[in-house]
Design a protein around this ligand. Sequence first.
Ligand SMILES: *Cc1c(COP(=O)(O)O)cnc(C)c1O
Length: 702
Amino acid sequence: MEERLAALARNLWWTWHPEAVEVWRGIDPELWRQCRHSPVTFMRRLGRERLARLGDDPAFRIKLHRVTSDLQRYLHRATTWGSSNAGPLRARPVVYFCAELGIHESMPLYSGGLGVLAGDLLKSASDLGIPMIGISLFYREGYFRQRLSETGGQIADYETIDPGDLPLVQVNDPAGKPLVIELPIQGERVKVGAWTADLGLVPVYFLDMAEAFREMGIQELGLRLYGGGEAVRLTQEIILGIGGMRLLLSLGIQPGAIHLNEGHCALAPLEYARHLMAEHGLSFEAARRQAAGRTVFTTHTPVAAGHDRFAPELVEHLLGSYRQELGIGPEELLALGRIDPQNRMESFCMTVLALKMASRANAVSSIHGKVSRDMWRGLTPERPCQEVPIGHITNGIHVLGWLAPLMQELFHRYFPPDWQQRIGREEVWLHIQSIPDEELWNTVLLMKTRFLRFLPREPHRAWPQNARLNPRALTIGFARRFAAYKRADLLLADPARLKKLLTDPARPVQMIFSGKAHPRDEEGGEMLGRVYRFATDPELRDRVVFIEDYDINVGRHLVQGVDLWLNTPVQGMEACGTSGMKVALNGGLNLSILDGWWPEGFDSTNGFAVSGSRHPDPAVRDGRDREAIFRALEEEVVPLYYRQEGGEEPNGVPHGWVAMLKRAMCTLGWRFSADRMVKDYTIHCYRPGAGISTAEMSTPFV
Ligand SMILES: *Cc1c(COP(=O)(O)O)cnc(C)c1O
């Protein structure tokens, strides 16, 4: 029994299959929660004896057998979209690099959207059967967990993460000893080991920095995600990019396509070029071109400060010996990270390096494509802005991982039997229209009720404590990083108007906030304090709460349990945003500034939208956006939610609202799925990168 369960724990496939999650939870729901849904910890705490006793329970044996058979069938599917459309990548897979991976709440190796997107992309690649390998870093201190003080101050707790508590296996060399990769950093040969996990069919490698940092005498912050100063950051990025590529090559993996998710990993194609020079005696320039031919770069940040820049002296200090292996001079290396190669004052920017090392570059929404072309037009001064070679592939979410189990049950009843395999296709979602309004609405209400019951649970405290929210009331969710441009407090600046909206006795509205501020972001911390003080205002008792420690677990419950997702970024600052996509699948609607993905998603029948002001004065701009959002809430959202056809019956179904939910599901569910995104990357980036001609394309099997 222990063996069978351990095998289930080892493949993270279980995280996106509700029946598999139920195997764990069903054993001991309370202990499962205490272990933060980590099967490895859970099994250890259950103990040998209890595990053995589970084998005596026939019902449990049947349940486990069914799930492990499903896993085996999944791993050995004969045909997938990838087998028909990406077969030639099998010999040379896609290698996908990202500094953070958000796979599951039990693996705190991510901070937010970037990591969650990367995790979703890998899961979808597995579902579609695209040969892919993920590469990231193992942070022994991860990202912080958030607590709030009694006055609303953010307390950041860093816990030491033991790889033994995660479903990770140490990567060994052929002799069976832990594999060690040597990297030239700061003139020394620094040693790096690695861990691996399986995400369905996709192996993921995490490079372990602990030994390297010990050797280099870096004690603090280096083991934290986005911790430390420039030197620590660059060292992490050397380990990720150069170390990651060296690891793959030493395992005998030849990349077909190299996908750089954000600039942190931009050194990977440089290392691949070094490998080509050594193997085939190419010049640096020829090798660089070949490496670039395989490389695709995705940029995620419209904020200038979000792009890593390093001082030229630091680059030479840490990378000088590596540069010699490339056989190039200091200025030649630095030029690869500079917009103007001649400008010796310019710092070394990882995004510029990524753009110069890739033959294809993309932003993550149509609007972000425009912003990015404008941002990087200095790289191609001879071209007009619209011809800067940065396109866009809009982000999507891994549907089965975010779709509530209750909603899945409903789909099982009304959708074709193989709907899960075809979740990225429009025709599947059109079946939403066949679900009776009452049934969809009752499911939504049940999901909301369950979520509100989850609210006060440890380890995620809700402030104020013991607030009781009402499942019948219109419930607004706002959860995201507390970065200034996201303006969590936009509506709070007019407290009287907001209080009036929330406390209307006939049409009550409640709000749930969650999110972390970066520990060094003072403005974000202050914004969080303002939200906390509003939530704990006695006049708003049982109307507003703040949930601590926003993570994938809180996120999953929130997107499955609210009616309306509010998004108020400063126009042009949201690259894409994916949380709203998760809400749309689960019977919620979006009210958002027309930024990021929303201009592509919104069609006036499937949610609510407001044009963001572009006024240069922030006070005027915020004032206009506030007015527009309040008006949308007061005049559109609240009336539609509370308008029940057939009189004032309190338990009636709001048919207008439900019609909009259905429109949201069938217009957004497939278009903003990670399956659609991964197919786009395969067709437009991976296949050309791997040199597969479009003539070899076969028709998609689904
Ligand atoms: C989906 C998700 C995000 C990204 O959402 P945004 O809309 O970009 O803010 C961030 N964090 C978690 C935990 C998520 O699940």
